[in-house]
Design a protein around this ligand. Structure first.
Ligand SMILES: [Zn+2]
Length: 104
């Protein structure tokens, strides 16, 4: 269950074509989750994945997405934007490709 969504600025050198999460923000949230889990004595918070948009209207992972998919447990949600329409699809890394998973 998703309990927290954190929006971050895209720090990629060419944000119109790529995305990059500020590693300090990612680190801070992972540390906060670990500290919360330590206090509670159970793993209740963990990074489940991330989302980004594809302004080209295709909710399909790009080659750049595949090269950046290092965490096999991370869920990649892609929002394809076409005008005012947004289509969401979710994927997980599966070997050398992505496998789509349902969004419930
Ligand atoms: Zn992408």
């Amino acid at each position: 269950m998703v309990t927290r969504i954190v929006a971050t600025r895209n720090i990629a050198s060419n944000p119109a074509r790529h995305f990059e999460i500020d590693p300090q923000i990612l680190f801070d949230h992972m540390r906060s989750a670990r500290e919360s889990n330590t206090r509670s004595g159970k793993i209740s918070l963990r990074l489940m994945g991330h989302y980004h948009s594809h302004p080209n209207g295709l909710a399909v992972p790009s080659e750049a997405d595949l090269r950046a998919a290092h965490d096999p447990a991370a869920i990649w949600v892609i929002a394809a934007v076409t005008g005012k329409d947004v289509a969401l699809r979710a994927f997980v890394p599966d070997g050398a490709a992505f496998r789509e998973i349902p969004i419930l």
